[in-house]
Design a protein around this ligand. Structure first.
Ligand SMILES: Nc1ncnc2c1ncn2[C@@H]1O[C@H](COP(=O)(O)OP(=O)(O)O)[C@@H](O)[C@H]1O
Ligand SMILES: [Mg+2]
Length: 255
């Protein structure tokens, strides 16, 4: 049985998409079969994996509106073992279009149920808000992975996010667990990064991934080439760190 991981944090710019792209690619590099679902209307995971949104007829938007089947919207990427359900800007309107539809919290889950046994990992990149799309990700997922940017306001909003995960677990998806947190954009030259890590460790009772993702310019450059970091610069600090994160994720025995 595979594991479905939603990458969520309602703050923008904390490294969700970078983690979705590169964790997916490094799991695939380790020979796991991976499906990445882009659930953000910005579609940055889609373009970051080298897929042209304009060339894609069936995105997660068509899937959620019942205009295509899940198999029809899964596409291959340039990376062996890595498949994608793309997103584009239309998804921004989905929440309104789904108003009044029965079981709208479970639309993605009901679709993914058909294919989840085909993959070792399904990674869902969430939008930067706690909206119906994020709820759909959390009803589909087994676990939620929370990227935390090593900056001053890191803890802000975290209690709200954890409250949301608790609510979804109580009311919609009793199997949902917190996968843990991963620190991103760590800058070894500043005390601040270190303080943030210590502060979160002291205040949060959850798994904290040992791998800390450094601030690395290659990670920021790679999406503009449509490549994950292990293909863009395989020896960079960013690639090494996402490989280590993928190993840790694969080695979890408790979830
Ligand atoms: N470890 C990192 N080192 C350098 N830049 C990063 C790193 N992680 C993310 N970025 C950059 O920071 C910005 C926000 O990251 P992104 O993954 O898009 O966050 P989110 O999906 O949470 O909004 C992007 O421009 C991205 O390229
Ligand atoms: Mg994003």
């Amino acid at each position: 049985m595979g594991r479905i991981i939603a990458i969520a944090n309602q703050k923008g710019g904390v490294g969700k998409t970078t983690t979705a792209i590169n964790l997916s690619a490094c799991l695939a590099e380790a020979k796991k079969k991976v499906l990445t679902i882009d659930l953000d209307p910005q579609g940055n995971t889609t373009s970051g994996l080298g897929v042209d949104k304009n060339e894609t007829d069936n995105t997660v938007y068509e899937l959620m509106l019942g205009e295509c089947t899940v198999k029809e919207c899964i596409q291959k990427t340039q990376i062996e073992e890595l498949y994608l359900i793309a997103s584009d800007v239309n998804l921004a309107g989905a929440e309104i279009e789904l108003l009044g539809i029965n079981d709208k919290e479970y639309i993605l889950k009901n679709a993914v149920d058909y294919i989840k046994d085909d993959y070792d990992f399904i990674i869902i990149d969430c939008p930067p808000s706690l909206n119906m799309l994020t709820v759909n990700a959390m009803t589909t997922a087994d676990t939620v992975l929370v990227p935390i940017q090593c900056e001053y306001y890191a803890l802000e909003g975290l209690s709200q996010l954890i409250h949301t995960i608790d609510l979804v677990q109580q009311r919609l998806n009793p199997n949902l667990q917190l996968e843990g947190v991963v620190f991103t954009m760590y800058d070894a030259r500043t005390n601040l990064s270190l303080q943030v890590v210590e502060n979160v460790k002291n205040n949060l009772n959850t798994t904290i991934y040992k791998t800390i993702i450094p601030r690395n310019i290659r990670l920021a450059e790679a999406p503009s080439h449509g490549l994950p970091i292990n293909l863009y610069d395989s020896k960079s600090a960013g690639a090494e760190s996402y490989r280590l994160l993928a190993q840790e994720v694969m080695n979890r025995k408790d979830i």
